[in-house]
Ligand binder design. Structure first.
Ligand SMILES: *Cc1c(COP(=O)(O)O)cnc(C)c1O
Length: 407
């Protein structure tokens, strides 16, 4: 068996910290949001990590997510849950992107999306802290990852989706053992129902950033990227931004890596990519606001980034601004064109949210925000196979004369 999953290793979590006020909270206790109503961040004794694991020791381990154990919150190996969280490849897309464009293809992860990274960690911690029942609002992929991992460790789950969530997502959630409900509202409205049930003591609330450990799981994208590129970071990262967990998590990972002395102070420009039909972060970025107001009448084919209101809005905006990047919106037609191009020319099937990052990259090139020479990483966060594809097949009659040369 994979040694990352069998070895008992020391852990280094010191406390949790309110992302807004810096107030400290005790580790090893069940927490939701901070008293200020904001996400909690997990803090580690990085000096001790540095003394305990040289970078070379990490390099010698199998390359999966659990390679980063000392920078993750799970205390006891017996609570680790796994469906095989592999290191995802960086796939060049020279024809549809450019000579220096890499796609980090997160569609290879269990349950077909990078939600697995966050939920594998959050579920392991729920197990460690004795949670028995979880509820979550989802646009699809998070619910599927929650269902899979929670079922595996015997935690009961209730998942609420907007009623127009892609059918395959709704079905895979149920197939993996959760009770799933379609709700006539958007994800934040599903979240309000989940919050009410949690306040009444029916379940633990697993909404994006409302428990502290999903960020830690998503952080591994940043750790992995640094290791894959030989302990440096790309010039720019294009991240499809809904709740922003991954962008916030990577930004945190880069800081931790620098404190460990494993990378230098250079940071990529972070581009938070949204759809023009739901772009609250872009609007706030352009207006110079610290927080983002709710986006009314949200609509886009990229369901994973249809998040009208993000509780970590200020963390997303802060990271994007500090990095010298930008929040950018792209329309559905550009998203579809980019995904189609990438599949037809480079053979890589993107999800619509992945298509959005390619569309945004193209726009950024035109606007002079990045150069063709810059190494950039686009995140494809789910396998394109989960999404509807146009039917381009014609039919053949096996009993008739077939003009083979014309096929
Ligand atoms: C959830 C999701 C996103 C958005 O991720 P966040 O970290 O919540 O912003 C993007 N793409 C896909 C496919 C998703 O499932």
């Amino acid at each position: 068996m994979n040694s990352n999953l069998t070895a008992e290793r020391p852990t280094f979590v010191t406390h949790l910290e309110c992302s807004l006020t810096g107030e400290h909270y005790e580790a090893d206790q069940l927490h939701g949001l901070s008293r200020a109503g904001r996400p909690l961040l997990v803090r580690y004794d990085l000096g001790a990590v540095r003394g305990f694991v040289p970078r070379a020791m990490i390099e010698a381990r199998p390359t999966d997510l659990w390679r980063w154990r000392e920078l993750l919150p799970v205390r006891h190996t017996e609570n680790v849950v796994s469906l095989g969280e592999i290191e995802t490849p960086l796939v060049p897309i020279a024809k549809s992107g450019g000579p220096n464009v890499l796609v980090k293809d997160e569609g290879r992860l269990p349950t077909g999306s990078f939600k697995a990274r966050g939920l594998v960690m959050a579920v392991a911690m729920a197990k460690e802290l004795g949670v028995t029942k979880i509820a979550m609002p989802t646009n699809g992929n998070a619910g599927a990852a929650l269902a899979a991992y929670a079922s595996r460790v015997g935690i009961e789950t209730i998942v609420l989706c907007p009623d127009d969530t892609p059918e395959i997502n709704v079905r895979e959630i149920a197939a993996q053992g959760a009770r799933v409900y379609r709700v006539n509202g958007l994800i934040d409205e599903c979240g309000a129902i989940v919050g009410k049930g949690a306040a009444e003591g029916h379940w633990f609330d697993f909404s994006t950033l409302k428990e502290p450990y999903r960020i830690e799981g998503k952080k591994t994208m940043g750790l992995e990227l640094a290791a894959q590129l030989g302990w440096r970071l790309p010039k720019a990262i294009f991240y499809p931004t809904g709740g922003g967990t991954g962008l916030i998590g990577m930004w945190k990972a880069f800081d931790e890596l620098e404190q460990l002395g494993w990378i230098g102070p250079e940071r990529p420009k972070m581009f938070a990519v949204q759809a023009s039909g739901c772009a609250p972060i872009v609007r706030a970025f352009e207006a110079g606001e610290v927080h983002a107001e709710r986006w009314e009448d949200a609509h886009t084919i990229a369901a994973g980034i249809r998040v009208p209101k993000a509780i970590g809005d200020f963390l997303i905006l802060r990271a994007v601004r500090q990095s010298g990047g930008k929040a950018v919106a792209v329309g559905d037609p550009a998203i579809l064109r980019a995904a189609d191009d990438c599949a037809k020319k480079d053979g890589l099937l993107l999800c619509p949210e992945g298509g959005a990052t390619l569309a945004a990259y193209r726009q950024a090139l035109v606007d002079g925000l990045v150069d063709e020479e810059d190494e950039v990483v686009l995140f494809n966060c789910a396998t394109g196979l989960k999404y509807p594809m146009p039917d381009a097949a014609e039919t053949l009659d096996k009993n008739g004369a077939i003009d083979l040369a014309s096929l």
